[in-house]
Design a protein around this ligand. Sequence first.
Ligand SMILES: [Zn+2]
Length: 148
Amino acid sequence: MPTNKPGYMKAYRQAQAAGQKCPLCTCGKQLKGKLSKERLTCSLCWQKSDEGKAETLRRVREHRRKQTQEKEPKSLTMSYPYASKIKVMLSIGYSGAEREDFISPKDSSYTESEWNALTEQEREDWVIKEADEWAQDYIEIDFAVVKP
Ligand SMILES: [Zn+2]
């Protein structure tokens, strides 16, 4: 997972001290991180972009690949009624800090024949995109200044 290298805030403060202007995202947020600066997009706008969505697909696939390496590969080859229950999981890496829900191709615009005609890859892409949108509803990032 690409992350900002430690020290990017120090670099930001040095640039500020040198009187350099911080570049802005189209939404108005300051672009402080290395990745944000390279993309000229803040992380929130990035997630919503086509490239950001493609990156989410890659990340989830990579995660699933690692998870299933020593187990039976999870297959989405299933009939439409059975596929009406796809469990989606959101985790921040701590035990217990997980959220589960079910998504269904019946809730999408797919008819049964359209769903059955999809390839395994297309089904997986659909599930990941749906799961990503579902997850966004639970992700909220905020901050507060705490006095020592
Ligand atoms: Zn933005």
